[in-house]
Design a protein around this ligand. Structure first.
Ligand SMILES: Nc1nc2c(ncn2[C@@H]2O[C@H](COP(=O)(O)OP(=O)(O)OP(=O)(O)O)[C@@H](O)[C@H]2O)c(=O)[nH]1
Ligand SMILES: [Mg+2]
Length: 283
């Protein structure tokens, strides 16, 4: 997994777009995946966004552990960022997001007014890793849906400004990753949540790691959803047991591991395995 080392050309272009737009926006809305509130923050943003106010949106909060989401919100606030939790798909958290964005932009707009200029709508750029829900979030704010969304990374390509209402304009940007992941855990977390295109990794390898990670939680989904007795079973044995339980067998009765992996991955991604936060809040 640590060998996932690539950086597609369209991300280089998107990074440049973001770099150029930083200068003209009042704040940046960073859309994170609430299941990986740290790992889904592109480390390049620290440099690209500089001192621009950042509003961390922990999106897909419906699939994360609510107590952990609270801790992550407190953590980001303690570091001086804006922070809100959201379920963009269900339009939950919209009001708080708009209110927080307005508050964060207020000093800039008030300064304009003090110079005798007219107030203008807040300008915010929406950035994040692929598939974290940036376009869905923008659509959730709009009276009518306009941004194209999709459950695979890389749906948004060009840049597009949209006027949400007379108080705020948003710039949607394509999801970007960074050229070199620091370790295999990062590649795993991005792959399992769908930020990395599934053409570049093996689902089976990702699911074997997922089993290892979720085994640490109690209850774990292998027991609750698939009714597997996990005691002293290795990840490979759990895959075998799920395949047998679900009848994912080839002729001759051998378990089709790739099929099990695809099902488990899909079920994790749509929240059927339960609500899990994979990143731990730093002490
Ligand atoms: N469960 C859940 N799913 C969400 C939420 N927000 C977005 N999604 C889903 O996540 C997938 C990706 O959403 P997009 O809005 O296309 O993501 P994006 O960040 O714009 O992706 P790129 O443009 O590819 O970078 C879609 O299937 C959405 O329906 C959420 O809050 N909860
Ligand atoms: Mg998009």
């Amino acid at each position: 997994m640590s060998q996932i080392q690539w950086y597609p050309g369209h991300m280089t272009k998107a990074k440049r777009t973001i770099q150029e737009a930083v200068a003209v926006v009042d704040l940046v809305i960073v859309v994170l995946d609430a299941r990986i509130p740290f790992t889904s923050y592109n480390p390049d943003f620290r440099q690209i966004l500089g001192k621009k106010p950042q509003l961390m949106v922990l999106n897909k909060a419906d699939m994360a552990n609510p107590a952990e989401t609270k801790k992550w919100l407190a953590y980001y606030k303690s570091k001086g960022f804006g922070a809100v939790a959201m379920n963009a798909q269900q339009k939950q958290g919209v009001k708080e997001l708009l209110k927080t964005a307005a508050n964060m932009a207020e000093p800039v707009l008030a300064a304009l007014e003090a110079k005798g200029r007219n107030r203008r709508p807040v300008r915010a750029m929406v950035v994040g890793s692929p598939n974290t829900g940036k376009s869905t979030l923008i659509n959730a704010l709009m009276p009518k849906a306009t941004s194209k969304t999709g459950n695979k990374p890389g749906v948004t390509r060009g840049k597009q400004w949209v006027r949400v209402n007379d108080k705020i304009d948003l710039l949607d940007t394509p999801g970007i990753l960074w050229p070199k992941f620091e370790n295999a855990n990062i590649a795993f977390a991005l792959a399992v949540t769908g930020a990395i295109s599934n053409e570049v990794y093996s689902s089976l390898e990702v699911v074997l790691q997922l089993i290892g990670r979720l085994n640490k939680f109690s209850p774990n989904p292998w027991e609750t959803r698939y009714k597997i007795d996990c005691a002293e079973k290795s990840a490979e044995q759990i895959i075998q047991a799920i395949g047998l339980a679900r009848g994912m067998l080839a002729q001759g009765g051998t378990v089709v591991e790739e099929e099990v992996a695809a099902v488990v991955l899909a079920e994790f991604r749509n929240g059927k395995l339960g609500r899990f936060t994979l990143d731990e809040v730093p002490k």
